[in-house]
Design a protein around this ligand. Structure first.
Ligand SMILES: Cc1ncc(COP(=O)(O)O)c(C=O)c1O
Length: 391
């Protein structure tokens, strides 16, 4: 399995043509991008085979608006097997990316002027999806060590316009997941205030010592107004196939998200080719994913050691994702430091700050370590060898 995650298996020529979104294809040759969370490794072999098999007969006809039943079933089985959750496949809607899933769900829940609480920090998609629905995103600070909401602040932010609390489980950028007690506490809070609990679990399969606990885990307290959003960009590196899904709690909500997705108008929908790849990922690639997690565990240690010994970043712990979000020791704007590192060391990172992860992320930077040991070591060496120029 190790060969899948070796340096020899990273095809930089292909990445320079295909990896956009702040990665290899958008930087001049020679820059190492530890930016957007997208692995540097090719996908698991069964996924490639499933795509070849799908194209064999030469038909690329319309797929069903509700998604291929086999894919819905594969997602339901995945949640059962990996996350100990019972999800009715009839209520799962495959959509074109987790990002789009967020937009559709927020459109379904919010009317103009209504509010949803989001963690601060969190990925910018949370705010964008709420604002797309003409709602207001209300950031509520989370503990930077545990990603847990402050329930006193949370209580103060609730008013008659509040319709939902959002959770990023695990949190991007913090790389923190939640205990069963923390999930139950949040579910009880949402229940008490009759709010939707929307959990983005796109990172839930990338964990280290302990499994991430889903908000749908059958040992957590049941709460009907819980919706899960996820996708296959992070666990199986399929970002370019744009595979996402929405797990609805019941048929009424499912019908509403289906309507808001515009799938029935044929204007949108998840390509059947992507769904064929998704079926393979969720049913034939457990060993590959285990190998990926094992490799990432080593890259996490490598990255943590870099951060600890850097002299300009505070040491940081994480239990999930392939992201590291250290605090910068000096008084310097995150964007400025990241720009200096790019200019001086030829390594691209993601800055903290309002444009990316809400206000509390200012003074931090994000490193994505889903790469080979050789690439990461080279990137860290480049930064270390020139650090006197930016600290
Ligand atoms: C928390 C979170 N949600 C959603 C997404 C977007 O995923 P997709 O590629 O499926 O749109 C990301 C991507 O980084 C993410 O971190």
């Amino acid at each position: 399995m190790d060969r899948f995650f070796s340096n020899e298996n990273v095809n930089i020529d292909a990445l320079e043509k295909k990896a956009f979104n702040y990665r290899w294809a958008v930087h001049p040759k020679g820059i190492i991008p530890l930016t957007a969370a997208d692995p540097d490794f090719p996908v698991a072999p069964p996924i490639k085979e499933s795509i070849k098999k799908y194209i064999e007969d030469g038909y690329f006809s319309y797929g069903p608006a509700e998604g291929l039943y086999e894919f819905k079933q594969a997602i339901s089985n995945w949640y059962k097997r990996q996350h100990l959750a019972d999800c009715n496949p009839e209520f799962i809607l495959p959509v074109n990316s987790a990002a789009y899933a967020l937009f559709v769900v927020m459109k379904t829940i919010l009317k103009e002027g209504e509010q949803a609480i989001i963690p601060n920090p969190v990925d910018f998609l949370f705010r964008k999806s709420i604002e797309y629905a003409k709602g207001s995103a209300i950031p509520c600070e989370v503990n930077m060590d545990t990603a847990e909401y402050d329930f006193i602040e949370l209580e103060q932010k609730i008013n008659s316009k509040t319709k939902a609390i959002m959770l990023c489980n695990p949190n991007n950028p913090l790389g923190k997941s939640y205990t069963l007690e923390q999930i139950n506490k949040l579910k009880s809070f949402a229940k008490k205030h009759d709010l939707w609990l929307i959990a983005d679990e796109i990172w839930a399969d990338i964990y280290y010592d302990k499994k991430v606990i889903s908000v749908l885990n059958s040992s957590s307290i049941p709460y009907e107004k819980t919706v899960v959003i996820s996708g296959l960009s992070k666990n199986f590196g399929l970002a370019g196939l744009r595979i996402g899904y929405i797990i609805s709690p019941n048929n009424t909500f499912y019908r509403k998200v289906l309507e808001n997705s515009l799938h029935q108008s044929t204007a949108f929908g998840l390509s059947p080719l992507a769904q064929a790849a998704g079926i393979s990922a969720l049913s034939e690639c457990d060993d590959w994913l285990n190998g990926f997690r094992k490799h990432l565990g080593k890259m996490k240690t490598l990255s943590q050691n870099f951060v600890k010994n850097s002299g300009f970043l505070h040491p940081v712990e994480s239990d999930s994702t392939y992201l590291m979000f250290p605090k910068i020791r000096q008084e310097i704007n995150s964007e400025e430091l990241v720009k200096n590192i790019l200019d001086i060391s030829n390594v691209a990172l993601v800055p903290g700050g309002n444009n990316w992860f809400e206000s509390k992320s200012e003074g931090y930077l994000r490193i994505c370590y889903a790469s080979s040991e050789a690439i990461l070591s080279e990137a860290f060496e480049r930064i270390n060898s020139k650090k006197e120029f930016f600290i």
